[in-house]
Ligand binder design. Structure first.
Ligand code: HEM
Length: 553
């Protein structure tokens, strides 16, 4: 066309080429301006639409910037692009917040907007379409359950009633370690503390010791492990819209099979329990189940579902989904904290010694430390806080916005996934002096390292330390965890000297490897292999601290 006009107007060929180039350049510039306009952060209201973001790619968006350990990737991106950034993971819009101020603005000031969690294909299948607790959308049903969780299941009274479970389990661990110490054998301490924390949860919930060797225990153990691995797997169908209905990685199929296995197991457990309850009911005539002695979470949930006056009647699916939620949410996390704490202590023998001195001066060497001592052991508490600061078992936690809102001057649309990068917050030199150093002293009331760090607690009120989250969806297991973890830690410190397997004593200078294992929860990559030797002579009677001696596995 341009050539034809040139011939008609007698324009020379070289000039046509120049005009051609100019037109193409012009069109290219127009496209660049249009593209920039499209991506620019200004909305029609003049408010910036979305927080900053790195350059994305078509279709995958920013997925290529993440690897199988998202928390360091999020941390690096926030360091580069700002404390609040947005990413497009395929077609899913996300924001990442990495300062205490933003955490407060999102979780508290806009707490209602971010009071739900995002769903995906696997979670949907495993939680009976969010019929349980952790993934139930914020609303009357979730509030009803939250009340049961805080007042009944994980309230002070129930935790007190179920204290014997914790005592039995810690007693079993001490027993095993004393045996190993006498025979000079290596202990996989990571495995033993996970076993302990998982046994506590499974007994509190179902009265089943999940480390046992019977069929039910084995199935619970393997289902919980497989389910947590499956939830952590990256599923393209969740992020790329045109793959939504395809199951290219076979993840949906696996989740369906897992749900069937889980359902089969729970049906069996619940049916057996119902038969038991009916027998007891018959025995006691019409005295009513309300007066029955509480045994575990399942009993409490069945009581509520039987209660005709309850404002919400729990269905069988609700109960099964609830059990799934708690078994997966409560599993491993406490054990992970103990394994990191012990690793740090082995690498910092002076801190370990100082902790021993505190226990010796407050508890002495003639009896074993127990839960009631923990409020008096401020250095042990400081070690616990410093461990969850440097090694939070859940380094990022997720919420989803249910309506449009303004955060930090940006407009965040409904259905945006929010990631709170607690890992970044805890490693930010603006929040913590020498953030990469393990210094429990910073949490002592006479701390010289950080102002006010002595009063910082872990329950979600201090936004520079959020290992248990905060706000409406903060962790309901926090009271249990702050009882179990420091007690187990104190016992390990009080009762034993430790050597790294294959090396000399605590003072050899050999360090424990501190690499993280990728996943949604972050344990150590390598298990902590240690050789204990007993420190207390004579070794106190377990009964002295209220621990009941039980048969070893
Ligand atoms: C050291 C141990 C633990 C850590 C570090 C931990 C951490 C967390 C975090 C970060 C969240 C997300 C909070 C948020 O979104 O604001 C959470 C949620 C949750 N945790 Fe824990 N947790 C621990 C132990 C437990 C235990 C022992 C249980 C159960 C007995 C439990 C049950 C739950 C449940 C059910 C949720 C979901 C709450 C909801 O959506 O409303 N956690 N936990």
């Amino acid at each position: 066309m341009l050539e034809l006009i040139a011939i008609l107007l007698f324009i020379p060929h070289t000039m046509v080429l120049e005009i051609n180039t100019a037109i193409y350049t012009f069109i290219f510039l127009l496209l660049v301006i249009f593209y920039r306009k499209l991506l620019s952060s200004k909305s029609q209201t003049g408010l910036p639409c979305l927080p900053p973001s790195p350059r994305g790619l078509p279709i995958v968006g920013h997925l290529h910037l993440l690897n199988n350990t998202p928390h360091p990737s999020f941390h690096n991106l926030c360091t580069r692009y700002g404390p609040l950034i947005h990413l497009r993971l395929g077609s899913v819009l996300c924001i990442i917040a990495s300062t205490p101020e933003l955490a407060k603005e999102l979780l508290i000031t806009n707490g209602l907007t971010f009071a739900s969690r995002p769903m995906n294909i696997v979670i949907n299948l495993l939680t009976y379409n969010s019929s349980g607790f952790s993934f139930a959308p914020y609303g009357p049903y979730w509030k009803f359950l939250k009340k049961i969780v805080t007042s009944e299941l994980l309230g002070e009274r129930t935790l007190g009633q179920l204290q014997h479970i914790r005592y039995n389990e810690t007693s079993q661990l001490v027993h095993l370690l004393v045996d190993r110490a006498h025979s000079g054998k290596i202990v996989n301490l990571s495995q033993e503390v996970m076993k302990l924390s998982n046994n506590i949860i499974s007994q509190m919930m179902l009265n089943i010791r999940c480390s046992g060797e019977d069929e039910k225990a084995r199935e619970i153990r393997s289902l919980v492990r497989e389910a947590t691995e499956l939830v952590a797997q990256f599923n393209f169908s969740d992020f790329i819209w045109f793959l939504q209905n395809l199951d290219l990685q076979g993840i949906k199929k696996k989740a369906k099979t897992m749900n069937h296995r889980f359902d089969f197991l729970l049906e069996k457990i619940i049916t057996e329990r119902e038969v038991d309850r009916n027998k007891q009911k018959e025995k006691r005539g019409n005295e009513g189940l309300g007066k029955q002695k509480m045994t575990d979470f399942l009993s409490i949930l069945l009581d509520i579902s039987d209660d005709e006056n309850s404002s919400i009647r729990l269905t069988r699916e609700n109960i099964k989904a609830f059990l799934f939620d708690f078994l997966s949410a409560g599993t491993d996390t406490s054990g992970i904290v103990v394994e990191w704490a012990m690793s740090e202590l082995i690498n910092h023998p002076c801190i370990l010694e100082k902790a021993r001195k505190e226990i010796d001066s407050i508890v002495g060497q003639n009896r074993l430390v127990n839960e009631t001592d923990i409020p008096n052991l401020s250095y042990i508490q400081a070690i616990f806080k410093e461990t969850v600061r440097l090694h939070p078992p859940i380094p990022i936690f997720e919420r989803e916005s249910t309506q449009d809102c303004k955060i930090g001057g940006y407009l965040i649309p409904a259905k945006t996934i929010l990631f709170i990068s607690n890992w970044s917050i805890c490693r930010d030199p603006n929040n913590w002096k020498d953030p990469l150093e393990f210094q429990p002293e910073r949490f002592m009331s006479d701390s010289e390292t950080d102002d006010n760090a002595g009063i910082v607690d872990v329950r979600g009120q201090h936004f520079n330390l959020l290992p248990f989250g905060s706000g409406r969806r903060g962790c309901p297991g926090v009271s249990l965890a702050v009882q179990v973890v420091p007690t187990v830690l104190a016992l390990l410190i009080q009762c034993f000297h430790w050597k790294i397997a294959g090396y000399g004593d605590e003072m050899t200078g050999k360090l424990v490897d501190m690499t993280e294992r990728p996943g949604l929860t972050v344990p150590k990559a390598q298990p902590l292999m240690l050789v204990p030797s007993t420190r207390l002579r004579p070794f106190p009677n377990y009964a002295d601290c209220g621990l009941i001696r039980v048969a070893r596995e």
